[in-house]
Design a protein around this ligand. Structure first.
Ligand code: SF4
Ligand code: SF4
Length: 134
């Protein structure tokens, strides 16, 4: 099987060679399409992972056991602008700089290309302006 996945690495594991383990121990091909580490040292990789189904599932189970969140690429975070009150709660907790308070206007902007799909903003937003969509 072959699937494009988003892998979110918390700061505690970002320096561990976990993707190497996918290749070496689980016989998977990992084609990294996009990778970034934000200033708080959390990381996000978008990768195409391929291999036998049982290896694929075992490899993802291994990542999850180490605290890595895994999502199919089609999952995304959406900012519903009309619900946003620009309270700024999300911009304070967003670890990737994807939600920023612009000054001096004091309006929040969502930069989806920086989002690492950690979902912190989903629970932080009092207006339900942040959603996960599939
Ligand atoms: S899910 Fe929300 S808090 Fe997390 S990186 Fe994306 S915009 Fe920021
Ligand atoms: S927490 Fe919600 S309402 Fe507040 S600025 Fe962020 S998206 Fe807008």
């Amino acid at each position: 099987m072959r699937e494009k996945m988003v892998l979110y690495f918390p700061a505690s594991v970002v320096e561990q060679p976990l993707t190497y383990s996918l290749i070496k121990e689980y016989n998977l091909m990992v084609n990294i399409l996009k990778a970034n580490i934000n200033p708080k040292m959390e990381g996000r990789i978008v990768a195409e992972i391929s291999g036998k189904k049982e290896d694929f599932e075992a490899g993802l189970d291994f990542l999850r056991s180490r605290g890595v969140k895994t999502f199919p690429l089609e999952q995304e975070i959406v900012w519903v602008e009309e619900r946003c009150t620009h309270c700024g709660a999300c911009s304070v907790i967003c670890p990737a700089g994807a939600l920023v308070m612009e000054r001096p206007e004091m309006v929040v902007r969502f930069k989806g290309e920086k989002c690492i799909i950690c979902e912190h903003c989903i629970t932080a937003c009092p207006s339900r302006a942040m959603e996960v969509r599939y």
